[in-house]
Structures are given as structure tokens and as C-alpha cells.
Ligand binder design. Structure first.
Ligand SMILES: [Mn+2]
Length: 250
């Protein structure tokens, strides 16, 4: 196997109450990401992000420093926000040695145009979520939210997470997935035929026409069976999906 040109992960939902998942992430950075040319974090790396001033939290500081070590080793680290950690800003980027990207982002990797996104913006059948997203992605909303004390922001986020858990229990499985129309639109607007995204927690490769859409797994190592893994693109442009132990999914 040649040295990976890029590795992709998403939906680790890192939180101090899930220590095995955090350990799996640190192991991935040390044993895999460190040897890649680029690492793409495609959203929901953190279970939530209350603002860059929460970098003082020891858990957040430890995770961020581990990403920084990979960046310092010469790996280009890129970040696309998820629906849970969209409040990451320049403070985190500086601390992690990461470059924040807006989505959809088209990266040319090993000569191949690959469109990268988290995936929540393409769940267009989820109308209440799309309205919520439109609100919280506004700079004015974020500025006002971030002006609140950190403890207040954390309690608001905790309330939203509880409500979302209750709410999602009532939704059909279909409505929580991306819609084919939204995906087709991204492919056409970005003039690309390869896409990598996360968010849906339904790892797969989908073919439609001449397009290939790779969906990343979420990570959960604190329950059994453990879940996780990543996608790699090698120097020749071959795309592979990997289990947590690094083995290739055929
Ligand atoms: Mn998500």
C-alpha cells in the first residue's frame, strides 16, 4: 500500500464520557493519520462545541492537542463543520493546526476531484432541521450566542440535545437520510463525480449514473459491537474504506 494521499473521518462525537471512542481516535491519529499527506475531518468530530473558549476544558484541550501533533508532523489537517460542532472557529483552528473549509468543498486528491461535505444540509426532507440550520449558521445568530457566558451556552446545548433525542425518535428512518435530489444537485454544481460525506451513520458506497458517493461510519467504541473506521485515497487515486483496525472493507 502506498502512503495515503488523504484520510477522511467524521461523526466520532467525541466526549469525555466515551473514553474508548476517544482512545480509538488518538490511536487512529498516531498509527494512521500521522502517515498521510492530508487528514480531512468531515464534521461532528465533537459531540458538541460550545465555542472556542471551551478549549480550556481538559478533554477538548487533549483532543485538540492530538490533532495539533499530527499537523506538526507535516500532515495537512482540514475541517468541515458538522451539525454539532459548527461553532468551531479560528481559535480551535489555530490550536489544532487545522484549516477550516466551507462546504461543499472540492479537493483535488491524486488528480481526482472529490466533493466533501458533512451531509446534514442534504437531508432536505427534514424541514424543521433545515430551518434550525439556516438560523444557527447565520453569523449574527452565532455572534449573539457566543456572547453568552460559556456555562449558559452549555446548558442551552444540553437542552437542545435532549429535545433532539426525543424528536428523532418520532421520525421515520427515511427522513433522516440525505435526499437523492439534494445529492444530485451538489454533484452537478460542483462538477464532480465522487463525493465523501458523513452525518447519516450509514456507511456505504452508492452509485448513481456515473457518480460514486461514499458515506463514512460514525464511531462508537464504548458499546459493543464497536463501530468506526475511515476512508483513504492513495497516491494513485484509489479509494478504500477501512475498519477500525485498518483492514479494508471489500
Ligand atoms: Mn452530523
Amino acid at each position: 500500500m502506498t502512503m495515503p494521499a488523504a484520510l477522511f473521518i467524521s461523526d466520532l462525537h467525541l466526549q469525555s464520557s466515551h473514553p474508548r471512542t476517544s482512545a480509538a481516535f488518538l490511536s487512529f491519529l498516531e498509527h494512521h493519520a500521522q502517515y498521510a499527506q492530508a487528514l480531512y475531518l468531515l464534521g461532528d468530530l465533537f459531540e458538541y462545541w460550545a465555542g472556542d473558549d471551551d478549549l480550556e476544558d481538559p478533554f477538548n484541550a487533549r483532543m485538540t492537542a492530538a490533532i495539533r501533533a499530527v499537523s506538526d508532523a507535516g500532515v495537512h489537517v482540514y475541517w468541515i463543520a458538522g451539525n454539532r460542532d459548527f461553532l468551531v472557529g479560528s481559535g480551535f483552528a489555530a490550536a489544532a493546526g487545522a484549516t477550516l473549509l466551507s462546504e461543499p468543498h472540492v479537493a483535488t486528491i491524486a488528480g481526482q476531484r472529490v466533493v466533501l461535505l458533512h451531509g446534514d444540509a442534504e437531508c432536505t426532507n427534514d424541514v424543521p432541521y433545515m430551518e434550525f440550520r439556516a438560523m444557527v449558521r447565520q453569523p449574527a445568530w452565532q455572534k449573539q450566542f457566543l456572547s453568552m457566558p460559556l456555562s449558559q451556552r452549555k446548558s442551552i446545548i444540553a437542552g437542545l440535545r435532549n429535545r433532539s433525542r426525543e424528536h428523532n425518535g418520532e421520525k421515520s428512518y427515511d427522513i433522516m437520510d440525505v435526499t437523492p435530489d439534494a445529492i444530485a444537485q451538489v454533484f452537478s454544481e460542483q462538477a464532480s463525480t465522487v463525493m465523501i460525506h458523513g452525518h447519516t451513520h450509514r456507511p456505504a458506497v452508492h452509485t448513481a449514473g456515473d457518480t460514486l458517493r461514499y458515506v463514512l461510519p460514525d464511531w462508537e467504541c464504548d458499546t459493543t459491537p464497536q463501530r468506526g473506521g475511515w476512508i483513504a485515497i492513495d497516491g494513485r487515486g484509489n479509494i478504500t474504506r477501512h475498519e477500525l483496525d485498518g483492514s479494508i472493507i471489500e
